[in-house]
Design a protein around this ligand. Sequence first.
Ligand code: NAP
Length: 328
Amino acid sequence: MNQDSYTLAGSTVTIPALGVGTWAWGDRITWGMGGYDADLTRTSIEEAWGASIDAGVTLFDTAEVYGGGESERIVGAMLAGDPRRAAAAVVATKFMPYPWKLRVARALSKSLRESLDRLGLPAVDLYQIHGPVSLRSHAELAEALAAAHEAGLVKAVGVSNYSGPETRSMDSELRRRGMRLATNQIEFSLLRRSPETGGLLAVCKELGVVPIAYSPLGQGRLTGKYSVSAPPPKRRNFGRYPMAIVEDVVAELRRIGEKHGGRTPGQVALNWVISKGAVPIPGAKNRRQAEDNAGALGWSMDDEDLVRLDQAALPGVKRVAGRIWQHG
Ligand SMILES: NC(=O)c1ccc[n+]([C@@H]2O[C@H](COP(=O)([O-])OP(=O)(O)OC[C@H]3O[C@@H](n4cnc5c(N)ncnc54)[C@H](OP(=O)(O)O)[C@@H]3O)[C@@H](O)[C@H]2O)c1
């Protein structure tokens, strides 16, 4: 049976086996709020928020860079406008350590205070380093996180897009300061299985770091609503396999979904991620998507289904100069 919650290392924060990604909330460029997606509105977001929490999906992931702070502002408005549900919500946000932020401790402290201000919170449940892009050492970043923890502004700390060796290094720098690395947020889905096959999930397990899986629906491609004849909007640039290849994966998801009483392809895709001990955080733009995604909880696949999905899964690609490259 799949695990239904995790306590984050070094804290008393508990997260469910499934969360919600809020990048689309307030974002114009990739997700089209206030642009091409007229159905993505403050009302549709409010409904996604309510339906998620009511279904036990209480983890919300945002970042200072999403919509230039707008995603955090919207999460803050949801928290302030709905105190009953807010009491159940667990909020994760991120610091982007751009290379030009050379005084990284000062930059992190400033970013964190601005994030808390937008969220309307005295402390954030999980604070993540958005990517391994800083020119500063892991020791300096760990020191900055430790100071934020010491000041009572963050309850647990994590990273994102870190490799196995980077995860180990940050974990050991935090342990040296009496802290623990709680999470590593990575792209992980049936369109990017390489974190499992390349050993990153095993490193996380060994260290007690919870892997949080972003783009777990392949940016909508694994829900079955996109195809060769109805491709996703161009700006979605993760997991860029041609839709003809993605359609084969979706066919397997449909087959397994039917076997389990009519589960949707997206629910099966999320359940596969959960079965690997990672916490998927699919984006949800409205109540229907939130309710559909929540249907990934409360059931498990048998070994035969999991083997078939492992075989159908793709390692992950990126496009360089118009050609597809595998990456591990
Ligand atoms: N740390 C990082 O570097 C990083 C990078 C990327 C994302 N993230 C995080 O991960 C979260 C999720 O990733 P993501 O948004 O890139 O991709 P995703 O979760 O794979 O896809 C989300 C999109 O799929 C569609 N969708 C969701 N549920 C659906 C359903 N039940 N039925 C049909 N369509 C559905 C929606 O878009 P449409 O309706 O428009 O198709 C939705 O915006 C983000 O919100 C963010 O919090 C982190």
